[in-house]
Design a protein around this ligand. Structure first.
Ligand code: BG6
Length: 505
């Protein structure tokens, strides 16, 4: 292992997970290959998994244990933060990696899985604690959960645990999310359920909490008294990729806003939780979601922009003439004491100018300026950029005097980057953090059932509005730009503009 890894390991305060088995449903899929197994291998390299640790991959494809291991190894080589060349644990890790072929709706699959777990427990140990991971198409979630229940696999006994991670999308709208919550709760207690939003596993997203609540200097400014508005941008350079089947029925509002963007919003705006624990933190996020002003379907023209990149309709697999938006901008308000009348502008889209996630806090203008300005001129406001990815860090833009005669000012940046202070490649993948937390039984960075439903409750009326006569016209934008002109006009109408505090745009 290189020096940076060892240093990170030395500083590591996370403890080793319990002996256990992770059962992945959808084991032949892309997520398993790109994220789940690479993350588990990196965790194993970091010494964070118990010796009695196994993985069972469940899927419908015909595969042997060996061909499964080969497939996983290819993914680990390509995508893992720590690869077999960085740590010599591949043989030990892959030895306890088994493949279990079966149909998800066949009770026999689960009877056999039960026997397999008993066998692992006898041979390796640690198979009484089981983390199920649902990484299949979402329509299979209720089927798998029900079958797990009927096979008695969700039952915890003798101090051993059974947990389940459920991938997004969690529902398609509020009624389906509520129904799925009920189906899950028929089998698992809420404390066994981990609904994943991988944005919460990103270091820089967690750093939002540290930034706000471990420093005394920012929080006094963090309200309507000093903040003019907040912008949250989650931009992607890539287009649709090969996910037309899912994406064309989802669109950007379901794919990105209902989860990632609203999660970022809650973390930026919530009150300080008294403790860093799952209940306290999620209670505060829920309070924000409850205080948010719902955009009514008839108001979507005023509060939203929706657009599609020009070549989207040519992508293989999308419906002919589809109106699915690949970009949206939304203005939201939180009706509470801290944020009353402070707009939160959220935007996200595919095929944009760059991959970039940032939160920009624009502060109010100074109440009185003693320096002479030309008539109508205003100094630029201070902007704090919380840079989530890819230039992880933060950036504070403020005014300074230009050297020389007079009192001319110019905006300058003060910034911190993770890379400069902590070195390159020190940020673990979001999935590493989240899977490890689930193995520890820590649900702080997972979404609770009420949170998911409240988020859908905000998104549904917008989607209904977009399907109605009140919808803003679907705008189009060229790939590689920053969205449609309408998005800039949307800000200009409020006398504001989009910031790019973390990048060079
Ligand atoms: C996923 C969305 O949740 O997040 C994808 O389904 C999107 O459409 C992805 O590309 C973005 O994640 P990240 O970590 O690359 O910003």
């Amino acid at each position: 292992m290189n020096n940076q890894i060892s240093a990170a390991k030395k500083d590591e305060i996370r403890k080793v997970a319990d002996p256990c088995t992770v059962v992945i449903f959808g084991a032949s899929g892309d997520l398993t290959q790109r994220k789940l197994m690479p993350s588990l291998f990196s965790l194993s390299c970091e010494g964070l998994l118990a010796e009695q640790f196994s993985v069972v991959g469940v899927a419908r494809s015909e595969m042997t244990d060996d061909s499964f291991r080969d497939q996983i190894r290819a993914g680990v080589e390509k995508f893992a933060r720590l690869k077999p060349a960085d740590c010599d644990l591949w043989d030990a890790f892959s030895k306890n990696m088994l493949y279990h072929r079966g149909n998800y709706d066949d009770p026999q699959t689960y009877k056999d899985l039960s026997k397999l777990l008993a066998k692992i427990d006898k041979n390796v140990g640690g198979a009484c604690n089981v983390l199920f991971y649902l990484s299949t198409p979402p329509q299979l979630y209720p089927i798998i959960v029900k079958q797990l229940g009927q096979a008695g696999l969700a039952q915890q006994s003798d101090g051993h645990w059974r947990r389940i991670i459920i991938e997004k999308p969690f529902g398609h709208d509020l009624p389906s999310a509520t129904e799925l919550n009920q189906q899950v709760h028929d089998v698992f207690d809420e404390h066994q359920v981990y609904r994943i939003d991988h944005y919460l596993g990103k270091e820089t997203v967690q750093n939002l909490l540290v930034f706000r609540f471990a420093n005394a200097i920012f929080e006094p400014l963090w309200s309507r008294n000093y903040i003019d508005h907040v912008q949250i941008t989650v931009a992607e350079e890539v287009g649709l990729g090969s996910r037309a089947g899912y994406y064309d029925t989802a669109g950007v509002m379901r794919d990105m806003f209902q989860n990632h963007l609203l999660q970022l919003l809650t973390l930026v705006s919530m009150e300080p939780p008294a403790e860093y624990d799952a209940t306290a933190l999620r209670d505060e996020k829920v309070k924000v979601l409850k205080a948010m002003q719902r955009i009514k379907p008839e108001e979507v023209g005023q509060y939203t922009v929706r657009a599609q990149y020009r070549t989207y309709r040519d992508e293989p697999g999308v419906a002919k003439g589809t109106n699915t938006p690949t970009f949206a901008a939304v203005k939201l308000f939180i009706n509470n004491w801290r944020w009353r009348n402070v707009p939160f502008y959220l935007r996200s889209g595919k095929a944009l100018g760059d991959k970039m996630t940032e939160i920009n806090i624009q502060f109010r203008h100074v109440p009185h300026l003693m320096f002479p300005l030309k008539p109508g001129q205003q100094l630029p406001p201070n902007v704090l950029g919380l840079c989530i990815q890819p230039n992880e860090g933060m950036n504070l833009r403020f005014e300074t005097k230009v050297p020389g005669a007079g009192m001319r000012t110019r905006s300058v940046d003060m910034n911190f980057t993770y890379e400069q202070d902590f070195g390159k490649n020190t940020l673990p993948d979001a999935y590493e953090r989240l899977i490890l937390d689930a193995l520890h039984g820590d649900a702080t960075l997972f979404t609770r059932s009420d949170e998911i439903e409240l988020a859908w409750g905000l998104v549904d009326p917008i989607l209904q509005g977009w399907d109605s006569e009140f919808s803003p016209v679907l705008a189009f934008y060229e790939s590689g730009t920053w969205g449609p002109g309408k998005s800039d006009e949307f800000m200009q109408a409020d006398g504001r503009k989009w910031h790019y505090a973390c990048s060079d745009c």
